[in-house]
Design a protein around this ligand. Structure first.
Ligand SMILES: [Zn+2]
Length: 340
């Protein structure tokens, strides 16, 4: 089979790789129906994370089960499945508490590279969720979004405890930030402030439910949010970037007693303990336990309540994966969908 391999910063190749096999009886092998490039893949592509030799890449996927190991009991070949980037048993204490990305037996599905024609999924029973039927073609982008960005945006809102009537500010207008707008709306926020400087992303944020746009950044952005909230800041702030600047902006845009959900993978973020202490702001984040939300999110997609697949503004054949990275790196695309 063929798949994407990152050889060095800026050098993604689509090349022949070993066919994935059942290694453990809890594994499944799926045939990829759609995969995509994640904003977090760009950290490696840009050389911000070190690239140590050729690495299979990608961690977002939907597919059809081809083969299951002897211990897999809930899945059968032919089913359409959505899974998270971390495999989880979905039975240990951390999973039962809703933190499957901290499963005591977790494995990173992306380690095998999901931008590929086939993928081995460890702990298949706990990791994959099958749709009731084969989904319509039009639902596939949104189901793919559930495998990471929609689940991550949802977790940002859950971690910040978004509820009915809240004023929510979203820092970051990438695919996760846009999905966080959807999540805030679904969880009942009455005012959603999207912080974005890019016109096409502002437009999509509004279509997803944002009521206000703030184009300013840093202290000016903070000042705008405070102006809009009686001088105190938003009830909930969803930080979807992962930089020092975005975290500072989130912290200073939250009202005393409010919460931040942070889901941008931190790169060089340091939070000042004294500032946090005096802010009265609650912080919770981490890799989203997407598996916890998948059944609900899949249902919302299939019933037409949400359409997060609209974050994909570029679709390419999987063999053009290098073009997909370039387009996202140059910000010509919000998110690129790849079809084997
Ligand atoms: Zn577990």
């Amino acid at each position: 089979m063929r798949g994407a391999v990152l050889h060095a910063p800026g050098d993604v190749r689509f090349e022949e790789r070993d066919d994935p096999k059942i290694i453990d009886p809890a594994d499944a092998v799926i045939r990829t129906v759609a995969t995509c490039v994640c904003g977090s893949d760009l950290w490696d592509y840009r050389g911000i994370n070190p690239v140590e030799g050729p690495t299979p890449f990608g961690h977002e996927y939907v597919g059809i089960v081809e083969e299951v190991g002897g211990e897999v009991s809930t899945l059968r070949p032919g089913q359409f499945v959505v899974g998270s980037f971390f495999a989880s048993d979905n039975t240990c204490a951390n999973c039962r508490n809703g933190y499957q990305t901290n499963c005591l037996h977790r494995e990173f599905v992306g380690a095998g590279g999901c931008q590929a024609e086939r993928i081995r999924i460890p702990l298949a029973d706990g990791t994959l969720v099958a749709t009731p039927d084969q989904p319509a073609e039009e639902h596939i982008p949104s189901l793919l979004a559930c495998s990471d960005v929609m689940g991550t945006g949802w977790y940002a809102a859950v971690a910040a405890e978004v509820g009915p009537g809240d004023t929510v500010a979203v820092v970051g207008d990438g695919a996760v930030g846009l999905c966080a707008v959807i999540a805030a709306k679904e969880l009942g926020a009455s005012r959603i402030i999207a912080m974005s400087r890019h016109e096409p992303r502002q437009k999509l944020a509004r279509e997803f439910g944002a009521t206000d746009i703030v184009a300013e950044r840093d202290e000016e952005g903070v000042a705008r949010v405070k102006e809009m909230t009686g001088g105190i800041g938003a009830d909930r702030v969803l930080e979807c970037v992962g930089t020092e600047q975005s975290m500072r902006q989130a912290l200073r845009s939250t009202r005393p007693g409010g919460n931040i959900g942070f889901v941008g993978v931190p790169h060089g973020v340091a939070v000042d303990g004294t500032e946090l202490f005096y802010s009265h702001v609650g912080l919770r984040g981490g890799p989203a336990p997407v598996r916890e939300f998948l059944p609900d999110l899949i249902d919302r997609v299939l019933t037409g309540r949400i359409d997060p697949g609209r974050v994909f503004d570029l679709t390419l054949p999987l063999e053009q994966v290098a073009d997909a990275y370039r387009a996202m790196d140059e910000r010509r695309a919000i998110k690129a969908l790849l079809k084997p």
